[in-house]
Design a protein around this ligand. Structure first.
Ligand SMILES: O=C(O)CCC(=O)C(=O)O
Ligand SMILES: [Fe+2]
Length: 259
């Protein structure tokens, strides 16, 4: 495993997903069971939305246990070394664990229509295909071949500076973070925070999450209705406030791969 923040790599072939049908069904239920109309409305209004109960407590514990299995990961980042905050994270290696692969593939079809509409509203030419497989092919053809799903681990005093997860020209405009730990029991503090950078005002959202909940949010920008004219872009960043105690694990699902 490497410890550099940036690494060039040779190509990966786009593999079809390889996870058991039972897992795919379980994930399809937890994702299909979301109220996607409400999710879309919340994304339009604020740039973020909660996906309740994406994972069971057992799935959260299983994923948390992966964190120490180094052969699952391609790169470890100690955040303080790069000025990213305090704490650490690891990018999964391909092939992704079945649960991560299943989640990323099953979330994508609910999200691409939303970001295609956003791009239309913002008069941005890019449109996203209807499967993750097709979108990853596009990333890989442009040299963005390294997997971006990651796990993060924070201890007491750790935090994640406000940032945007951009890894090349190809950007899927929404991403998902899933809380694996139990707020109040496993950790205190450590809130997921989003900031909106308007020219004339700045706005923060603290997104309340329980164990197994996800937050879907804008990677770098979202459309906002202008005062006079149509829609305009507003910049977004996300981060995590300082932990007061305990340990907090999350999974991050970014849909574009990295250079
Ligand atoms: O730990 C979190 O809640 C946020 C993680 C993050 O920055 C990400 O998933 O991109
Ligand atoms: Fe992030």
């Amino acid at each position: 495993m490497e410890t550099a923040a940036v690494r060039r790599s040779s190509g990966f072939a786009v593999k079809s997903s390889i996870f058991p049908a039972s897992l795919a069904n379980l994930i399809a239920q937890s994702i299909g069971g979301q109220n996607w109309e409400c999710v879309e409305q919340s994304l339009d209004e604020t740039g973020n939305a909660v996906l309740s109960g994406l994972l069971t407590p057992q799935q959260c514990r299983d994923l948390t246990a992966l964190y120490t299995q180094d052969d699952r990961f391609r790169t470890r980042i100690v955040m303080a070394r790069h000025g990213f905050g305090r704490g650490e994270y690891k990018y999964f290696a391909y092939p992704l664990p079945g649960l991560i692969d299943a989640l990323r593939s099953a979330l994508y079809p609910h999200l691409f229509p939303i970001v295609n509409r956003w791009n239309e509203q913002l008069r941005i030419d890019v449109r996203y295909p209807d499967t993750l497989h097709a979108f990853l092919k596009r990333c890989h053809a442009a040299g963005q071949t390294r997997p971006t799903p990651l796990m993060l681990r924070y201890g007491k005093g750790d935090y994640n500076c406000l940032h945007q997860d951009l890894y090349g020209d190809h950007v899927f405009p929404l991403q998902v973070a899933i809380l694996l730990s139990r707020p109040g029991d496993d950790f205190t503090g450590g809130e997921f925070v989003m900031i909106e950078n308007n020219a004339d005002h700045q706005r923060a959202d603290v997104v309340p999450l329980q164990q197994g909940d996800g937050v879907v949010f804008a990677v770098n920008q979202r459309p906002v209705k202008g005062k006079r004219t149509g829609m305009r872009k507003v910049g977004m960043r996300h981060g995590v406030s300082r932990l007061h105690s305990g340990q907090r694990h999350t999974v991050g699902l970014i849909f574009h791969d990295a250079h």
